[in-house]
Design a protein around this ligand. Structure first.
Ligand SMILES: Cc1cc2nc3c(=O)[nH]c(=O)nc-3n(C[C@H](O)[C@H](O)[C@H](O)COP(=O)(O)OP(=O)(O)OC[C@H]3O[C@@H](n4cnc5c(N)ncnc54)[C@H](O)[C@@H]3O)c2cc1C
Length: 497
């Protein structure tokens, strides 16, 4: 396949989903992925290997604006970051598409309303076999059908905490999750959040989208194929070739269409590295509006509580999503973290013996506090020679502090007298998005609302780069829904015979 119909760069959430949707068209599709298949091995379920030794982290550095290197938790495997994800597959709220006024600024509107994406959310939930329960989440947007599978059940200790929070007036709801819990636990009694999945029960981009796409004879995958640049034809518009490095050799393919799906940081890097001014970068927007959610771990401790759960991550709270409950601005989403054990705590608290941390962790309940990061052109990914520079400017921290205060109060009322928090930094770019956004106006966005580059008609982007806002829910289901919408548009405009 040196001149396939379509080259898809990256086999993660965006790339694998679009490959899956385009596969039945019969078009010759070549997927180039920097990673390869994640093998089954003991480290996959070993918290010390994952959290203390960074066994799966890439051997690469990115740089902050002061030139300090850091090792990012950005993973290169078939399936991309979804191999490690918490499998929370939440839709954005309807309000997220219409623009939201926050304490520290405004989230802008999307080029379309929620209703436009709803059928694709529905399709994405079916593709990723999402488990959930409609009607429990107070901010849930309208849905055209119910979840096909019942929610992953609370474990005993978690059901107790859900009840305690209900009694203090909150409305915990079952997290929509892409995990077959029986299969997952049959391979090891561990949480799944941040644990990689060698096809053992997580509904990730490899398992649900890539592998089924590869059953079509017209779809091929090349691994260890790191795309370095896109090459334009003489007209400056068409992308003529994709250049990649594989096992030390530089290679080229000349597809009819290119779909860029290398993730929000790496997709921007590819466009910026492709020419001195960058591809699709007439207005200098590529790499800008980088967003990553403001995330804190919040740990509530109750000496009488016995957390004997294995996975923990089954409910969330959206009571503060659209407002602070007192007539003030929106705060965000709170969801359980995967169960935090001694070996996980030890990765941050290196001076405390692990057995003590293990004992403490039996008395804790662990949440993720998630607030919207607002798009800011000064928050950006750029290149300094070959170095990737991530100049992340956090925003909207008033909402983050407000959500921590609200949740701390609720946890104390629910009988957890000690509440500790830890803010995640740039080493955790898990929810990276926004660097090549869609829009209706080529002066403010590199891509049209279907993800097609305004200036390059045979270039599409289908990954978290395209998100206009980060909202305050996990990004994957929205990435998948947008990819399905882009795939339909490609089928209708490019693949009609
Ligand atoms: C620990 C963790 C937990 C998370 N939990 C959740 C969660 O519970 N719910 C949720 O919605 N989201 C979660 N996320 C985020 C989620 O995984 C991402 O939002 C999603 O995977 C983004 O999809 P993507 O297509 O943009 O990028 P990715 O899925 O990361 O895919 C990018 C792909 O591009 C490939 N690639 C990169 N560079 C190149 C190159 N130069 N050439 C060729 N290929 C390249 C990579 O190998 C990869 O296959 C989590 C992420 C992490 C790390």
């Amino acid at each position: 396949m040196s001149s396939p119909d379509i080259v898809i760069i990256g086999a993660g959430m965006g790339g694998a989903t679009i490959a899956n949707a385009l596969a039945p068209s019969g078009a010759e599709i070549l997927i180039l992925d920097k990673g390869e298949q994640l093998p089954e091995r003991p480290e996959n379920r070993d918290a010390r290997a994952i959290f203390q030794r960074g066994f799966f982290r890439p051997r690469e550095s990115w740089y902050d604006s002061e030139g300090n290197p850091f090792n990012p938790g950005n993973y290169y495997y078939n399936g991309g970051n979804s191999k490690f994800y918490g499998a929370v597959l939440l839709r954005y709220r309807a309000e997220d598409f219409d623009g939201i006024a926050h304490a520290d600024g405004n989230a802008p509107p999307w080029p379309f309303h929620y209703a436009e994406l709803e059928p694709y959310y529905d399709e994405a939930e079916k593709l990723f076999q999402v488990r959930g329960k409609a009607g429990e989440d107070p901010t849930e947007p309208p849905r055209s059908s119910d979840f096909a599978f019942p929610p992953v059940p609370d474990e005993r200790a978690i059901a107790e905490v859900r009840e305690r929070l209900r009694k203090v007036g909150l409305k915990p709801f079952s997290l929509p999750l892409g995990v077959d819990i029986d299969k997952w636990l049959s391979h090891g009694k561990t949480p799944w959040d941040a644990f990689p999945d060698a096809r053992t029960g997580k509904m990730d981009a490899e398992t649900c989208a890539l592998l089924p796409a590869l059953t079509h004879a017209n779809v091929k995958l090349q691994n260890r194929a790191e795309v370095k640049r896109l090459i334009r034809a003489a007209d400056g518009k068409r992308i003529e070739a994709v250049e990649y490095l594989q096992d030390g050799e530089t290679k080229r393919v000349t597809p009819r269409l290119v779909v860029l799906s290398a993730g929000a940081v790496r997709s921007a890097v590819i466009l910026l590295a492709s020419s001195p001014e960058g591809i699709a970068n007439r207005t200098g927007m590529v790499g800008r509006h980088f967003m990553n959610h403001n995330l804190s771990a919040m740990i509530g401790i109750d000496p009488r509580f016995n957390n004997d759960s294995i996975y923990q991550k089954t409910f969330a709270i959206n009571d503060f999503y659209l407002g602070d409950g007192k007539g003030g601005p929106p705060l965000g989403n709170v969801q359980l973290l995967g169960r935090v054990s001694g070996p996980i705590l030890k990765s941050d608290l290196k001076h405390v013996p692990e057995f003590i941390l293990d004992r403490v962790s039996k008395k804790t309940i662990d949440f993720l506090i998630m607030t919207e990061d607002l798009p800011d052109p000064a928050s950006r990914v750029r290149l300094d020679g070959e170095r990737i520079v991530l100049e992340w400017r956090r925003s909207n921290m008033t909402a983050h502090e407000g959500l921590k205060t609200a949740m701390r109060k609720a946890l104390k009322q629910a009988g957890f007298p000690i509440v500790l928090t830890h803010l995640f930094d740039r080493k955790t770019p898990s929810h990276q998005c926004g660097t090549i956004r869609i829009g209706n106006n080529d002066a403010t966005a590199p891509l049209d609302s279907f993800g097609r580059a305004f200036d390059h008609p045979n270039l599409f982007v289908a990954d978290a780069s395209t998100l206009v806002t980060s909202a305050a829910v996990n990004p994957s289901l929205t990435v998948a829904a947008l990819s399905l919408r882009t795939a339909k548009h490609i089928r209708e405009t490019e693949l009609r015979s």
